[in-house]
Design a protein around this ligand. Structure first.
Ligand SMILES: [Zn+2]
Length: 120
């Protein structure tokens, strides 16, 4: 038996920069097979002639949730004056590198080991 449909769920989280609450709605299309002897990680269990959609919905929602939500792309963090989320502009600095749409990430040498991580 195959269950096909759309899963839609509201979510609440914290902004990864300022920690203010963020809300949104995830939507996922599902098409999953239910069978009496499910294959781990591939199909879902069919008990009698009833389909339990809960595990399917849980998996679909978890996979669709944003990993690190932002309240807005322009979020400057909890205290932008004390802890700027971008390199401060020095008016007398000769280098001109101002891209307001996508500020360059500040490189912290303490996290340099993370640069080696690769995700496929
Ligand atoms: Zn924020």
């Amino acid at each position: 038996m195959t269950a096909t449909g759309r899963v839609r769920a509201p979510w609440t989280g914290s902004c990864r920069r300022c920690l203010e609450p963020v809300t949104g709605v995830v939507e996922a299309r599902v098409r999953e097979v239910f069978e009496r002897h499910p294959v781990e990680g591939e199909t879902y269990r069919l008990v009698g002639d009833e389909v339990d959609l809960e595990p399917l919905v849980r998996d679909a929602v978890l996979l669709s949730l944003p990993l690190a939500p932002l309240c807005s792309e322009a979020c400057r963090g909890p205290a932008p004056d004390l802890f700027p989320a971008r390199v401060a502009d020095d008016s007398d600095a000769g280098q001109v590198d101002r891209d307001d749409a996508a500020p360059a990430p500040v490189h912290d040498p303490r996290w340099a080991a993370l640069d080696e991580l690769r995700f496929d």
